[in-house]
Design a protein around this ligand. Structure first.
Ligand SMILES: *Cc1c(COP(=O)(O)O)cnc(C)c1O
Length: 371
């Protein structure tokens, strides 16, 4: 094989040269191939164990015959459905190839060399990537010491004249920690006019805490707010890649200028529209998740492990040791979870809530893996 030519490394823009690519969870097939195990389970990517709503699958299938055509470029039906859902005009919606795509658009519109983005330690790994890729600087706030969650005061202290974007994950991945309405509202209200705040609500549907805010309702009040949501998590459509932002139309107009044409494919558009209509399936996913979190917590308690209290569809457990070995011994038993050392949590493993029997299998496997 040809060696990669290091000269090309130097040709890359500085931000990209220093970039570490996003690390996805290990696919089931890769584990089975590499370890020679069968019936592996994956609790590593916060996917919905129930899968998508049957109506979403049917809508996707129906769309297949039309694959020779480009998708509807504006995503007319999906945009209209989302505008109805959020009681905003369609011009307030920006569709993304997953919500990661929208995060990238925000960076390309508002960041660049000489500009800064603020986010928290242990925050979602895509923030540093999109910031660095456009040559902007990341200012990373220390997290809360008790639960590794966002410390809004520490974040506010990092905002300066060159700050253009603040990223907040509510709840955050991989910690599962969340911010309550009063504190978050105060933070947003206190931001200077030259700062856009992105509130990433990828796990919105799962959160049942009474004080958890739907910040898409704050748009009339805060014109610098961008709220992102996704069909990848509670809606169970991660493989199709559909997400979106809700914002003031002026911001959506800017985001749409850099949006790649046809970024959300026709199958994803159709499935997402159908998924929005099926509240029964969504409620089943939420219930399963609530029970699964309780099951995992009870198992950790029994094993003497501590964890970060989570409101997402995943939970970070403290293995009490370097988690790399535990991760490896879980793989040997056919159980894939996510190491989070790259998030600054080297002793934790993030496990996605699965079906009851998957949670059980993970709990017995981790007991054996702890040695
Ligand atoms: C999973 C996730 C996303 C969304 O991913 P997409 O599949 O691109 O929509 C966004 N933010 C956080 C914090 C996530 O965990």
């Amino acid at each position: 094989m040809k060696q990669p030519d290091s000269r090309y490394q130097e040709l890359a823009v500085p931000g990209v040269r220093a970039l570490h690519p996003y690390l996805p969870g290990k696919p089931i097939e890769a584990l089975e191939r590499e370890y020679g195990v069968e019936h592996a389970i994956k609790l590593a990517s916060n996917e919905n164990p129930l899968g998508p709503a049957p109506a979403a699958i049917a809508a996707a299938q129906q769309e297949l015959a039309g694959l020779a055509r480009y998708p509807e470029g504006s995503g007319y039906r999906l945009t209209a459905a989302l505008a109805r859902k959020h009681a905003v005009e369609p011009a307030a919606i920006t569709l993304g190839n997953g919500s990661n795509d929208v995060l990238d658009m925000v960076a390309r519109v508002f960041l660049g060399p000489g500009r800064e983005a603020v986010f928290s330690a242990h925050a979602f790994a895509v923030y540093p990537i999109v910031v660095q890729a456009v040559g902007a600087s990341a200012r990373i706030a220390a997290a809360q010491t008790d639960n590794h969650g966002h410390d809004l005061a520490a974040m506010a202290a990092l905002i300066g004249p060159d700050t253009r974007v603040v990223f907040i994950a509510n709840p955050n991945n991989p910690t599962g920690t969340w911010l309550a309405e009063p504190a978050l509202r105060r933070f947003v209200a206190g931001l200077p006019d030259h700062v856009i705040v992105v509130i990433d609500e990828a796990y919105f549907e799962y959160v049942e805490q009474a004080d958890y805010p739907d910040t898409s309702r704050w748009l009339a009040e805060f014109p610098n707010l961008v709220v992102t949501r996704t069909f990848s998590k509670a809606y169970g459509l991660a493989g199709l890649r559909a997400g979106y932002a809700v914002s003031a139309p002026g911001i959506a107009d800017l985001l749409n200028r850099v949006r790649h044409p046809f970024n959300v494919n026709s199958v994803a558009q159709a499935a997402a529209v159908a998924a929005l209509d099926d509240s029964t399936h969504l409620e089943a996913a939420i219930r399963l998740n609530r029970e699964g979190l309780q099951q995992l917590e009870a198992g950790f308690e029994k094993t003497g492990l501590s964890w970060i209290a989570s409101v997402g569809n995943f939970i970070a457990v403290d293995t009490g040791q370097d988690a790399a070995g535990v991760y490896e011994r879980l793989l040997q038993q056919g159980v894939i979870v996510r190491p989070v050392a790259n998030y600054g949590l080297p002793q934790h493993l993030r496990v996605t809530v699965g079906l009851p029997e998957e949670n059980e299998r993970f709990l017995s496997a981790i007991e054996r893996a702890l040695v």
